[in-house]
Write a protein that binds this ligand. Structure first.
Ligand code: G6P
Length: 629
């Protein structure tokens, strides 16, 4: 959701900003813009509703030359996706030539209405319907004061009137912000501020990048600084100072940047989603790397940050998340309850944050999130933490807000996931949850021998996933056959029930076909009314414990002439006779089936979406990282 890119250095800022915004497209957006300083050090703005290509076309004809600028991709919250509502917003002006500041903003300003009324009474004219525009005028209003007060023009940029104006302005904001500010007449100064909406700074010799995540930095910067809440960064081409909004300058830590251009490129695939689906044998390996101990027949984690005694006393686990991460949590519930014999509750983060569930001392919360920035998941984590309970994160993005705020956690190490529809993060989340089930199981009842068997099964998993990917051509042919269906059912039982939900979600997200996931037997209590020759049902029916039961459910669909696509074990003649189409997946132990079975469902959704001409990496209305409630 919304992306920010800024640059100050010696290269042409507009090129770098547009390239950076391209890399942030995956977050979801509906307009884009950039601001720069012209030859007279006045602010210029280019912005356009719609895809980034529209902005690129405008910029291409008249490319600004300056070496400082800020850019934004906006996902509409307050006001429609129009040119006027696109960022950057200007402060203190009626025409851009006289503007004193340009601002790009991620987040939501809750008190924008009273601020707007006040600023209007001071004579400010608003051009947009956004909450963000108030920030620009507010900074201008503060700047008039700090300049008039003759704020010290010292060598210390952090004390300059421009920085003081930003600090004064943000002290008046309620809500969340990741902000980047460009000032007219200041060709070597950007000011960034963060509260609840991430910002990172890419550090390089004589140039700095500021962005809402690290992908625009790849290939340009070799070091990264993660800005924390309430911090303000004062950035020039060759200096970076970080100050606390209220208490002044602080030491910031500079870390190596570990993503490369190939991590954020498509690597020869037609879409990021397809690339990420095919990366799964490797990302699953990464999620396990260094975390399996044959000596102790258990999993090993470096970052749980809880004492063995605290972990021993855990008697209940709450798993929370949103979207695909919530589906992974459901898989985790089956895994942890079966292998660790610990009661698990799975909660939508958006519900948990406002619920008041009884939580006792032995409860441990895991927030599951690819991005580490989902607003509801963050709020749920904060709520449980506020009550004094330990919180851990299962997260992909290193240095993200949730990773930082949790007491500890486990990284997925899946590399950047750019396709909006989550694929490799889901399977890695399931792997980490399987590792946790092993870990808690071995702390409690699981025998050494069982632990070793479990590890051996996990070690085979990347190869099983690679084998599953070989079904791609079959899946594409099946996609051709069903591409025009208007409703799909996805049915599975036990471990495969959450995968049915996830398969339906994938199809919905990227092909805009209505799809519902259900426990296969529950289908009789409603969804079966939808079954007719035009409504395909995707059955997850590998050999295993409930196989015969699922066969019964499949027959119930066939009796109503519903077409069936079965995801089944190799050479299963019974399924072959009953189903219209079969996708074979290798045999896997039940507890790993969700990971293997997810792959054909991702591919099916992908191919149907491509055949229907949908924008699979950037589906309409969706955002990769949902930073609003
Ligand atoms: C958005 C994305 C989904 C994702 C969900 C939770 O809706 O489009 O793919 O599953 O957010 O995101 P998280 O980053 O917390 O896993």
């Amino acid at each position: 959701m919304c992306g920010i890119v800024g640059y100050v250095g010696f290269r042409r800022a507009a090129d770098l900003i547009v390239e950076g915004l391209r890399r942030l497209e995956y977050r979801g957006y509906d307009s884009a813009g950039l601001a720069f300083l012209d030859d007279d050090c006045q602010i210029g703005v280019r912005k356009a509703a719609g895809r980034l290509s529209r902005l690129e076309a405008i910029v291409r004809d008249d490319i600004p030359d300056g070496s400082i600028g800020i850019g934004h991709t906006r996902w509409a919250t307050h006001g429609a996706p129009t040119d006027e509502n696109a960022h950057p917003h200007l402060g203190g002006c009626t025409g851009s030539a006289s503007a004193s500041v340009a601002v790009v903003h991620n987040g939501v300003i809750e008190n924008f209405r009273p601020l707007k009324t006040r600023l209007e009474s001071e004579g400010y004219a608003f051009r947009s319907e956004t909450d963000s525009e108030v920030i620009a005028h507010l900074i201008d209003s503060c700047l008039k004061r700090t300049l008039a007060a003759g704020s010290r023009l010292t060598d210390e940029p952090a004390d300059s009137p421009w920085v003081m104006a930003v600090r004064e302005a943000i002290a008046q904001l309620r809500g969340t912000y990741g902000l980047l500010v460009l000032f007219s007449g200041q060709p070597d100064l950007l000011v960034a501020a963060r509260l609840g909406s991430p910002l990172v700074i890419g550090v390089c010799d004589n140039e700095h990048f500021i962005a809402s995540d690290s992908s625009p930095l790849a290939g340009h910067a070799d070091r990264i600084v993660y800005l924390a809440d309430h911090e303000v960064a004062v950035v020039t081409a060759d200096s970076l100072r970080v100050i606390h909004r209220d208490s002044g300058r602080i030491e910031h830590s500079v870390q190596p940047l570990d993503i490369t251009v190939s991590d954020v490129g498509m690597g020869g695939f037609a879409h990021y989603m397809l690339k990420e689906i095919h990366e799964q044998p490797e990302t699953i390996r990464s999620a396990m790397r260094g975390r399996l101990s044959r000596d102790d027949a258990t999993a090993v984690f470096g970052g749980l940050n809880l004492t063995p005694s605290q972990l021993q006393h855990v008697n209940r686990i709450v798993l929370t998340g949103c979207g695909t991460s919530w589906h992974a949590a459901l898989v985790g519930e089956y895994l942890i309850e079966e292998f660790a014999r610990l009661p698990v509750e799975v909660e939508y983060a958006s519900e948990l944050r406002y619920r008041n569930p009884p939580i006792d001392e032995g409860t441990l919360l895991f927030a599951i999130t690819q991005s580490g920035e989902t607003a509801d998941t963050l709020a749920a984590l904060r709520e449980i933490k506020r009550k004094g309970h330990p919180t851990l994160a299962i997260c992909n993005v290193v240095g993200s807000t949730i990773a930082n705020e949790a007491d500890g956690g486990v990284y997925l190490h899946a590399g950047p996931e750019i396709g909006v529809a989550s694929t490799k993060a889901f399977t890695s989340q399931c792997v980490v949850l399987a590792l946790l089930a092993l870990y808690f199981g071995r702390l409690r009842h699981m025998s050494y021998e069982k632990g070793l068997e479990y590890i051996a099964a996990l070690e085979r998993l990347p190869d099983l996933v690679a084998e599953t990917l070989e079904a791609d051509a079959t899946i594409r042919a099946i996609a051709e056959k069903y591409r025009d269906a208007s409703t799909f059912l996805y049915l599975g039982r036990q471990y495969n029930f959450p995968v049915a939900l996830e398969g339906a979600l994938k199809l919905k997200e990227i092909s805009y076909i209505h799809a519902e996931g259900y426990p296969a037997a529950e289908m009789k209590h409603g969804p079966i009314a939808l079954v007719d020759p035009s409504t395909p049902s995707v059955f997850l029916i590998p050999r295993g414990g409930v196989y015969d039961k699922v066969i019964l459910n499949l027959e119930e669909i066939k009796a109503r002439r519903g077409p069936v696509i079965a995801i089944a074990s190799p050479e299963d003649e019974r399924v072959r006779e009953l189903a219209d189409d079969v996708i074979e997946v290798p045999d896997a132990p039940s507890f790993l089936q969700p990971i293997v079975e997810a792959i054909p469902l991702q591919l099916l959704a992908y191919h149907i979406a491509v055949l229907r001409g949908c924008d699979v990496d950037k589906p309409r209305n969706l955002a990769k990282s949902v930073t609003v409630e």
